[in-house]
Design a binder for this molecule. Structure first.
Ligand code: PNS
Length: 160
């Protein structure tokens, strides 16, 4: 029987309820879902790679077929190493589409056998992003309901 492994790549700085919504949908659809955090040496993240992995590991515990990992280099090479045939990405609004289309087409050019699958999070999360969450937290605003409680705690500890 065919078993499908999907990769959900991103920065996850930090993981939001929108990401979690997508993880839940992906975990139902695919046999195995690897949430892969990009090791990006250019960006200065709010949370270190280890912190992001720790938070993701904690909040994805309810799904036994979800794994958290770190990757560097090209996503298509990582997908090949992990024997994944699908890349999962979320699209919140039309504004996401152009960037996502470019990435999906480029990945297809690099590896034609790797499919990108887009899913929409619940409408309640359509305005949510890690960047907005970081900004609200750094300016002392409430992030309750935007991120899992464990992330909320870490954000509070980080900005005070
Ligand atoms: O959540 P993000 O930050 O929008 O995720 C972007 C990510 C990690 C999916 C993208 O930057 C990526 O795949 N980087 C790996 C390098 C790569 O393969 N680049 C070519 C894809 S066009």
């Amino acid at each position: 029987m065919k078993s499908i492994t999907a990769i959900y790549p991103g920065s996850f700085d930090p993981v939001t309820n929108g990401h979690l919504d997508l993880i839940e949908r992906g975990a139902k659809m695919f046999d195995r879902l690897i949430v892969a955090v990009l090791r990006n040496l250019d960006k200065a993240p709010l949370f270190s790679l280890d912190e992001r992995v720790e938070m993701l590991t904690e909040v994805t515990r309810p799904w036994p077929n979800v794994e958290v990992d770190v990757f560097g280099g090209l996503l298509v090479d990582y997908a090949q190493r992990r024997k994944a045939s699908v890349i999962l990405r979320g699209i919140r609004a039309v504004s996401d589409y152009e960037y996502e289309l470019q990435m999906a087409m480029m990945n297809r050019k690099l590896e034609p056998n790797l499919e990108t699958v887009f899913m929409m999070p619940a409408v309640a999360y359509s305005y949510l992003s890690s960047r907005v969450v970081r900004e609200i937290a750094q300016l002392g605003g409430p992030v309750q309901g935007l991120v899992p409680p464990a992330v909320e705690q870490r954000l509070r500890a980080k900005v005070f």
